[in-house]
Design a binder for this molecule. Structure first.
Ligand code: PLP
Length: 345
């Protein structure tokens, strides 16, 4: 599971305590303006994009619930009732689409295509039926990063064929080379919806704090739906989140910790003669299983020795032949796992 075994920095924990009121009212779905401002400032600093904190942002209870419920604000009546998702993939966008009654089509992510969907293979009649396309870069599970040109092409297609490009950017800050771009950076972002979260960048999975950034129309729709769902983050969490979005030094420290764990595991895996595919960013390593082995067989073998990995096939049919290793244990635990791997493979 992508739940980092990392301490949340003390300045964030202290902010929660300092903002805990005697009487804690229902949080409002639109979220605190001060938090929306902090998020808009972060988007400006990080991606050089100007997002209106008044109308183009909404805080969410982490990003998972927002990803799952998103299809519910979209008109999915036939013939435009198709949602495109990736395979392999984080399963929540597909489940959300199915619960909303949509049809789902999976786009294969293959190593040959840099784990990007092959947009040229999608037929005009498919685009015609498409209401939403989900993408997630840096990618879970493959660790691949999408170039800005990919978002530009897809955002242009979204306008041409009248669908929404939903970009789950939960791992945008877990990188080791160049900083990954955001779909918000395309020249015309009319049909772009971006989801991001403090879970990974600030090791705040349990706090549940994220946001959606999109057009005024989409945010307006979410503002109408979300009071019924009751999924606004608690205000003391929103106030602590302001501090987390306004600080980058702790994120740099977090990246450094993942970089260390990554190099320990990469060395062990390469020494064992295994091929690591994708894996440019995120805290996942996407390992090709040894020839003649299956994803599940490989994962089972490692499990018997105390190493838990996700069989790629559990994340979609195109995940077969791979296993996902998450760098979520501590550095010491990773060193232990590296030593085990050396003996085992
Ligand atoms: C690809 C991806 N998107 C979104 C999330 C949701 O994270 P959260 O709800 O903590 O923001 C996760 C969590 O594992 C993830 O892997």
């Amino acid at each position: 599971m992508g739940d980092p075994n990392e301490e949340t920095e003390s300045f964030i924990r202290k902010a929660v305590a300092a903002n805990l009121p005697k009487r804690c009212k229902y949080p409002r779905a639109i979220g605190l303006l001060e938090l929306r401002r902090a998020i808009a400032e972060w988007l400006d600093k990080r991606f050089d994009v100007s997002v209106d904190s008044e109308y183009e942002l909404i805080p969410t209870l982490g990003s998972k619930e927002a990803i799952f419920t998103f299809a519910q604000v979209i008109d999915l009546r036939p013939p435009k009732n198709l949602v495109l998702v990736a395979d392999p993939a984080y399963p929540v966008p597909e489940r959300g689409a199915r619960f909303a009654g949509a049809k789902v089509m999976r786009l294969p992510l293959t190593e040959a295509n840099g784990f990007l969907p092959d947009l040229d293979s999608i037929k005009a009649r498919t685009w015609k039926r498409t209401a939403i396309v989900w993408v997630n870069y840096p990618n879970n599970p493959t660790g691949a990063v999408a170039p800005l040109s990919f978002y530009e092409r897809l955002a242009a297609l979204a306008i041409e064929h009248d669908f929404l490009l939903c970009s789950d950017e939960a791992y945008s800050e877990i990188y080791f080379g160049e900083r990954p771009p955001s779909a918000l950076q395309v020249p015309d972002r009319r049909n772009v919806v971006v989801f991001n979260t403090l879970s990974k960048r600030s090791s705040m999975t349990g706090y549940r704090s994220g946001f959606v950034a999109s057009s005024r129309e989409v945010i307006e729709a979410l503002r109408s739906l979300r009071p019924t769902l009751g999924t606004a983050p608690q205000e003391f969490i929103q106030l602590a989140s302001i501090k987390a979005w306004r600080d980058e030094t702790h994120v740099t420290r977090t990246r450094e910790r993942y970089r260390e764990k990554r190099s320990v595991m990469l060395e062990a895996i390469t020494k064992a003669g295994l091929h690591v595919a994708g894996s440019e960013a995120t805290f996942f390593l996407w390992i090709a299983v040894p020839d003649g082995d299956t994803s599940q067989g490989f994962a089972k073998r490692l499990l018997e020795h105390g190493i838990v990995v996700a069989p790629g096939s559990f994340l979609g049919a195109h995940g077969e032949g791979y296993a996902r290793l998450a760098l979520v244990p501590t550095l010491e635990e990773c060193k232990h796992a590296a030593a085990l791997l050396g003996r085992l493979l």
